[in-house]
Design a protein around this ligand. Structure first.
Ligand code: S3P
Length: 427
């Protein structure tokens, strides 16, 4: 598939695909609650489908009409599946479901694709084992296949050593069913969708800055909710509009949770003017208006900003190749444990296209104002965010690039409407 250098500006308005983090959590909490849950505008991406299939295999009844999902909740009474749960490419499904299975009194084997099978699960396996779950996995980092046999859990007082919303959520899910009060402390603030969604299901969780307390056992009740657009998907167009001359676009009804919008802080520090319209603080949504900005300049992306833009660092790296000066990304070692080792995969991709990047164990140094050229053969490591970054890079690269046909399947991990939205913005 050829993606050509774009000769004109991006324009118009779109609503991007729905939020992946919120969709996973809504399916999971709906499956655990008592009674009916209705989720409107659910993201039907491959990762969320993996979550739906897993809960169906655990005995939960659900029916989909368009992108509205109705779930008949199990009131925390899941049943043992007939075979291993295949979680595909989805790290979020795997880590979060481990927190749920930790309190279910049966054995489940979890498997996944090649990329997921390399990712560390010890970050959840260790604290869940301390709570009483029996978990077996591969090697020192506890990779898949993982076998988990849950049961009665004790509460836990635990400082989470990595800034990870996945680990935090797994522990909150386990804490809901433990006998007593658990206390978890985050290293840095990460997305708090779980904490915000639980009260909608009648759940109680106390949050005090980085400290989360949850008392168990708790039951949940079904509810109805609507998922907004995914900021991480919108990020590709925010950057595209900033670097393609004369662009002017509006991204409608996008989730703007504080733990997700570090990219807005980064582009503002670079000199961009990105406007939030129709801001709804309660729903955490806004329309995002972005215009091409000349003379953007480099900045440092580090510290507490990192977990707030962790999934946007691939596309921010592309932006860094186009602004004036040297952008430093540090404190981002977590990037090495994503769908690919994103420090090396991003650096490889953008260097092959002509950018000057040096890598560090925990980040990159990226020289700006690079003239990118398209490439004939791209190695994309089966990583959806790397593929979308490569496509946006090809729009500004001389001569465009050739991609293998399977990129559509890879992109549908998180953003099934990506190519449709690309066409809408290019016409
Ligand atoms: C996610 C949290 C992040 C993010 C992932 C989704 C979530 O992972 O990278 O795409 O939905 O909780 P970590 O929390 O492990 O950094």
């Amino acid at each position: 598939m050829k993606v050509l250098e774009i000769k004109k500006a991006l324009s118009g308005e779109i609503s991007v695909s729905a939020d992946k983090s919120i969709s996973h959590r809504a399916v999971m909490l709906g499956s655990l609650a008592r009674g009916k849950t209705v989720i409107h505008n659910l993201l039907l991406s491959e990762d969320v489908k993996a979550t739906m299939s897993a809960f169906k295999a655990l005995g939960v009844k659900m029916s989909l009409i368009g992108n509205t999902l109705e779930i008949e909740g199990s009131d925390f009474s899941l049943s043992a599946p007939d075979s291993a749960l295949d979680l595909g490419n989805s790290g979020t499904t795997t880590r979060l479901i481990m927190g749920i299975l930790a309190s279910q009194n049966f054995e489940v084997r979890l498997i996944g694709d090649e990329s997921l099978s390399k990712r560390p699960m010890n970050r959840v396996a260790i604290p869940l084992t301390l709570m009483g779950a029996d978990i077996r996995a591969q090697g020192i980092t506890a990779t898949l296949p993982v076998t988990i046999h849950g049961g009665a859990l004790h509460p836990l007082n635990f400082d989470i050593p990595v800034a990870s919303a996945q680990v935090k959520t797994a522990l909150i899910f386990a804490g809901l069913r433990a006998q007593g009060k658990s206390r978890f402390v985050e290293k840095m603030k990460t997305r708090d969708h779980t904490e915000k969604m639980l009260p909608l299901f009648g759940g109680k969780v106390e949050v005090n800055n980085l400290e989360i307390q949850v008392s168990g056992p708790q039951n949940l009740v079904g509810t109805s909710l609507t998922v907004a657009g995914d900021f991480s998907s919108a990020a590709f167009w925010i950057v595209a509009a900033l670097i393609i001359p004369d662009s002017d676009i509006l991204l409608k009804n996008i989730g703007i949770n504080y733990g997700r919008t570090g990219l807005l802080d980064v582009v503002t520090a670079m000199g961009a003017e990105v406007e939030l319209l129709n801001l709804d603080e309660k729903q955490e949504t806004a329309d995002i208006h972005v215009k091409y900005t000349e003379d953007l300049h480099a900045t440092e992306i580090s510290g507490e900003l990192i977990p707030r833009c962790i999934d946007e660092l691939p596309i921010l790296s592309l932006l860094a190749t186009q602004v004036k000066g040297e952008t430093v990304i540090k404190d981002a070692k977590e990037l090495r444990f994503k769908e690919s080792d994103r420090i090396s995969s991003i650096a490889n991709l953008l260097s092959k296209m002509g950018a000057q990047i040096s890598t560090r164990e925990d980040g990159m140094i990226i020289l700006g104002k690079a003239n990118l050229t398209g490439i004939e053969e791209i190695e994309l490591a089966n990583d959806h965010r790397l593929v979308m970054t490569a496509i946006i890079a090809s729009l500004v690269a001389k001569n465009g690039s050739n991609f293998p046909e399977n990129i559509k399947a890879i992109v549908s991990t998180s953003y099934p409407d990506f190519f449709k939205d690309l066409e809408l913005l290019c016409h």
